[in-house]
Design a protein around this ligand. Structure first.
Ligand code: NAD
Length: 302
């Protein structure tokens, strides 16, 4: 079944993105975030989202939902069909907040956590209705990027994930169900490998941050955005396809091209080197300027 009202607990970078996605999909959203500046922060994300959706001309937007800030968590979640938790990444805090949500929500409400790496089995321990708790891990900016990694814990009911996936599709998102829970799920695990290698390339003076970003965005970044990794490599195997590709290039992986799992020491000198290169790359553009450029490019690709 669809949802008509949602609650967001935590309205920072990610909570604000969820709020914008839900509102612009026509859903009513109730928010609880004790931060004194929460309204302003959410308002800024919302104005970015409005601007980006103004550029999306594929389909008319539904009438926007209503936004209500609540002074208690209980008031925010009591009538919601879906509650999205996006508080800071600390297990003790999340468990406390999720227990409060579990106690105040309607029995059939779904509870998603935005965590980037905590295991749903740990998050749901001690809840009265652990079967409706799952990880719904989005990507920033949530109002534009469709992906949500759906991860169930030991006590999550299979139908919880089926319902969550259908609801996400109804608001233009792409829910993918991850079969087993691991730290960092799938997306962040891939990004960690790339990030580690990138830091080594800068530390070893092989290239600067701008060159590295150009290498990604003018080549495989464009391929990844439309076909991912495996389908791209299937084509690279030519008419003989994937098996040929694996036979030909698989053995190359044993050559020591990468630093593999060696972790770079992020000492002050390296942080400063990256900071200086990144400042020069930004060429005076503020974070807000960069967010606008990012959003325009994403809209173009979408
Ligand atoms: P953030 O610090 O920007 O926002 C957290 C918000 O939670 C703050 O506004 C804070 O006031 C609020 N908060 C704190 N205690 C609260 C409470 N008891 N009840 C309600 N609200 C409370 O952090 P963020 O980057 O939005 O991250 C939130 C979650 O999303 C984390 O679990 C993080 O791992 C996950 N996540 C982050 C990203 C990212 O790119 N930033 C991406 C995907 C997932």
């Amino acid at each position: 079944k669809g949802v008509s009202s949602v609650a967001c607990v935590g309205g920072g970078v990610i909570g604000g993105g969820w709020i914008a996605r839900f509102l612009l999909s026509g859903l009513n959203v109730r928010v609880y975030d004790p931060h004194p500046e929460a309204k302003r922060i959410v308002g800024e994300v919302l104005s970015n989202a409005d601007r980006a959706y103004g550029l999306l001309t594929m389909a008319p937007l539904p009438p926007r939902g209503t936004l209500t800030f609540c002074t208690t968590l209980q008031d925010a979640v009591a009538d919601a069909d879906w509650i999205q938790e996006s508080v800071p990444e600390r297990l003790d805090l999340k468990k406390r907040v999720l227990a409060d949500i579990d106690a105040a929500a309607r029995p059939e409400a779904l509870i998603g956590s935005s965590t980037s790496g905590l295991l749903p089995s740990d998050l749901q321990t001690g809840l009265t209705r652990p079967e409706r708790l799952f990880v719904a891990h989005p990507y920033n900016p949530v109002y534009l990027l469709p992906l949500v990694e759906l991860v169930g814990g030991r006590s999550t009911a299979p139908e919880t994930l089926v319902n969550a996936k259908a609801i996400l599709e109804s608001i233009g998102m792409k829910g993918v169900v991850i079969d087993k829970e691991i730290e960092a799920f799938v997306g962040d695990r891939l990004l960690e490998a790339l990030w580690r290698e990138a830091l080594w390339l800068i530390k070893d003076g092989i290239c600067d941050t701008e060159t590295l970003d150009d290498v990604i965005r003018y080549s495989f970044g464009l391929r990844w955005a439309q076909m991912g990794l495996f389908e791209t490599y299937r084509i690279a195997g030519g008419e003989a396809g994937m098996r040929h590709f694996l036979g030909q290039f698989g053995p190359c992986l044993s050559l020591p091209w990468t630093k593999l799992t060696d972790v770079v020491d992020l000492d002050e000198a390296l942080i400063e080197r990256i900071g200086v290169q990144s400042d020069s790359q930004a060429a005076g553009r503020s974070i807000r300027d960069l967010e606008r450029i990012r959003d325009e490019n994403l809209v173009g690709i979408l």
